[in-house]
Design a protein around this ligand. Structure first.
Ligand code: NAD
Ligand code: TYD
Length: 339
C-alpha cells in the first residue's frame, strides 16, 4: 500500500510510520506534517527512508493535501493540536486543525475515492467517573475541553461523510498513549524529565483522576488492524490494559528515578478536568487485536528511553516549551534546573 500519514512527525504518527514500514516491507508512506512545536523531522530518522517521502505542509491547505494524496491508497489522519491545557489557552487553533483540517482531508479522500482513517480519542466520550462502566462506541459524545470538542467535531464529520457521500471513512478512538518521543508537555514525559532533572513534579488537584494507559506500540498495531479490517462508517475503541490514578503513575516514575515523594507538588486543578476515562475495546478485540504491553513493563522501557536519549529532549526543553512551561506552571517548579 501507499499511505498518506498526516501528522506523521509527531509522537504517535512517527511511531506508526516506523513500525508500519518495518512490518510491511512493500509499503510506501507519504508524511504530510506542518511541523508545529509538536512535530519534528528527526522523529522519522529511524524509519526506512527509501520508502518514505516527507512533505512539510498543513492539512488545512487543500492544494498541499491534493498533491500529497495523489497515488495513495488510504489516508491516516494523526495531525492535530493535541494538548488539553493548550486548548484551554488557545482553542481557535484546535478548531482550525482538528475540525476544519479533518474536513479538508475527508473531502480530498472522497475525491480520490480512498479510505480515510481518523485517529481520535477516548476524551470525546467525556467524564466516566459517575459509573464503574466503560465507554463503548455507541456511548454518547460528551466532550469537556476545547480539545475533545474539536476531536468530536472531526469524528462527527467522518460519520457525516460516510453517510452522506458514501465515503470509506472510519475512526479509531484511543485512550492515553505513552512511549518514546512523546512531547514533554504530557504527564508521563513531563514527570520523567522533571524527575531526572531533580525538579518538582506537578500534579493537578488531588491526583486521583483516572486514565487508561495504552503503550504506543499496542496502539500502532491496533491501527493496522482497523485499517485492514474495519468497517466503513464505524468507530473502534482502543483502550489500554491498565486504569491508574495519576498519583500512582507519578509515584512509579519517582520510584524509577530513585527520588522520594517530597518531589510531588499538588497544584491548581485543570478547569473542566475529566476525572476518569475508560474504554471498552470489545469491538476491536473481536477483530483479533489485544493490548500486549502492561503499564508496569511499558513505563520501565519508556523511562529508560528518556534517560538514554537526552539528545532528543534537550532541544525541546530549551526551546518554545521553556516559555510554555514557565507561563503554565510558573518559575518555582523549574527552579532547580536549567529550564
Ligand atoms: P502530537 O501533538 O505529538 O503530534 C501532532 C502532529 O500533527 C505534529 O507532528 C504536528 O506538527 C502535526 N500537525 C499539527 N497541526 C497540523 C496541521 N494543521 N497540518 C499538518 N500537521 C499538523 O500528537 P500525538 O500525541 O502524536 O497524537 C496524534 C493523534 O492521536 C492526534 O489526532 C490525537 O488527537 C490522537 N490521540 C492522541 C492520544 C495521546 O495520548 N497522545 C490519545 C488518543 C488520541
Ligand atoms: P495529559 O498527559 O495532559 O493527557 P490528557 O489530559 O489528554 O489525559 O494528562 C494526563 C493526566 O495527568 C490528566 O488527568 C491531567 C494530569 N496532569 C497533571 O496532573 N499534571 C500535569 O502537569 C499534566 C500535564 C497533566
Amino acid at each position: 500500500m501507499k499511505l498518506l500519514v498526516t501528522g506523521g512527525a509527531g509522537f504517535i504518527g512517527s511511531n506508526f510510520v516506523e513500525r508500519r514500514l518495518e512490518v510491511h516491507p512493500e509499503d510506501h508512506i507519504v508524511v504530510l506534517d506542518k511541523l508545529t512545536y509538536a512535530g519534528r523531522r528527526e522523529n522519522l530518522e529511524g524509519a526506512a527512508s527509501d520508502r518514505l517521502e516527507f512533505v512539510q505542509g498543513d492539512i488545512r491547505d487543500r492544494t498541499a493535501v491534493s498533491a500529497a494524496i495523489t497515488g495513495c491508497d488510504a489516508v491516516i489522519n494523526f495531525a492535530a493540536e493535541s494538548h488539553v491545557d493548550r486548548s484551554i489557552e488557545t482553542p481557535g487553533e484546535f478548531i482550525e486543525t482538528d475540525v476544519f483540517g479533518t474536513y479538508v482531508l475527508l473531502d480530498a479522500a472522497r475525491e480520490a475515492g480512498i479510505r480515510h482513517l481518523q485517529i481520535s480519542t477516548d476524551e470525546v466520550y467525556g467524564d466516566f467517573s459517575g459509573t464503574e462502566g466503560s465507554a463503548t462506541e455507541s456511548s454518547p459524545l460528551d466532550p469537556s475541553s476545547p480539545y475533545s470538542a474539536s476531536k468530536a467535531g472531526g469524528d462527527l464529520l467522518v460519520g457525516a461523510f460516510a453517510r452522506t457521500y458514501g465515503s470509506d471513512a472510519l475512526i479509531v478512538r484511543a485512550s492515553n498513549n505513552y512511549g518514546a518521543r512523546q512531547h514533554p508537555e504530557k504527564l508521563i514525559p513531563l514527570c520523567i524529565l522533571n524527575a531526572l532533572a531533580g525538579d518538582q513534579l506537578p500534579v493537578y488537584g488531588d491526583g486521583k483522576q483516572v486514565r487508561n494507559w495504552l503503550n504506543v506500540q499496542d496502539f500502532c498495531a491496533a491501527i493496522d488492524v482497523v485499517l485492514e479490517c474495519g468497517a466503513t462508517g464505524e468507530a473502534y475503541n482502543v483502550g489500554g490494559p491498565d486504569e491508574l490514578e495519576n498519583i500512582e503513575v507519578v509515584k512509579r516514575i519517582i520510584e524509577l528515578a530513585g527520588g522520594d515523594e517530597s518531589r510531588i507538588d499538588f497544584i491548581e486543578d485543570r478547569p473542566g478536568h475529566d476525572l476518569r476515562y475508560s474504554l471498552s475495546s470489545a469491538r476491536l478485540e473481536a477483530l483479533g487485536w489485544k493490548a500486549e504491553i502492561g503499564f508496569h513493563e511499558g513505563i520501565e522501557s519508556t523511562f529508560a528511553w528518556y534517560r538514554d536519549n537526552p539528545q532528543w529532549w534537550e532541544p525541546i526543553r530549551s526551546g518554545e516549551y521553556r516559555d510554555y512551561y514557565l507561563s503554565h506552571y510558573g518559575q518555582e517548579l523549574g527552579a532547580g534546573s536549567d529550564r
